[in-house]
Design a protein around this ligand. Sequence first.
Ligand SMILES: NC(=O)c1ccc[n+]([C@@H]2O[C@H](COP(=O)([O-])OP(=O)(O)OC[C@H]3O[C@@H](n4cnc5c(N)ncnc54)[C@H](OP(=O)(O)O)[C@@H]3O)[C@@H](O)[C@H]2O)c1
Length: 262
Amino acid sequence: MAVALVTGASTGIGEAAAIRLSREPGTELVLVARRQERLRELAESLPCRATYVAVDLTAEEAPERIRQHLEDEHGARLQLLVNNAGAAWRASFAEGGHANVQRHMALNFDAVVRVTEALLPLLRSSAPSAIVNVASTAGRVSRARTGAYSASKFALAGWTDSLYAEEKPHGVHVGLVLPGFIRTEGFPAAELREKALTRWIVSKPEKVAAAIYECGPGGKPERYVPRPYALAAYARILFPSLTRRVLTGGSASSLTTSTGGE
Ligand SMILES: NC(=O)c1ccc[n+]([C@@H]2O[C@H](COP(=O)([O-])OP(=O)(O)OC[C@H]3O[C@@H](n4cnc5c(N)ncnc54)[C@H](OP(=O)(O)O)[C@@H]3O)[C@@H](O)[C@H]2O)c1
């Protein structure tokens, strides 16, 4: 029996990941997010045993509540932790300032680190096991009005690489998933879907769910979704001046979409 915990499971990529994982024989799922009713409905609809913890991941007591739930309901076992919950609130630095950076870091980075810290002993004792951190292509390439979001995802990507090296000897694989534009409640990508020229670059949560599976139990270290988004990350390293010109030119504004968090 493998116990898998998915944060941000009430909608979007997390919900798709939970559905994907529930198809694996013998899986037990733990769903985490704030909206209890959504978690309950999803848990009841899945073909495997699923429990849930309705909690704000930025709350002081969240990591301990989740750890306690795993002890009480799942025998302190954990084979897969998917750190997926996250959000974006678009603003330039001049508008949003440090407060907006702090808001992003609290959910997209600090909460991930705190939950992982609380659950690492369970992951080690349940090894072979895995952690999958859901970052973003914005964790490799930064655009105007997404600086605070990018900072949190760059931090997550850097920390993930380090954790990969540290936990390998303990049998805990650490994978990184970097989605591009994926149509969800929090990231509707409405501006891109309106135009035939950009519609094709928007992908689906199910594709990210498949990548999460590949980077967890499948053992891959890293996946961009869709795969061609990796080219943006390579271009940022190999052609930094050209990348800056493209990202500050006229077409760049069409790549900045409004988010559900705004
Ligand atoms: N969609 C994209 O284009 C895209 C691209 C790159 C990366 N990503 C990343 O993928 C991940 C999932 O995004 P998504 O597109 O699926 O977004 P989404 O549809 O907005 O889902 C976000 C999930 O996180 C949960 N969440 C948000 N704040 C929370 C909090 N304080 N405590 C607990 N749970 C919280 C939400 O549940 P509740 O509201 O019920 O708490 C929801 O289940 C995020 O980390 C995001 O940065 C998304």
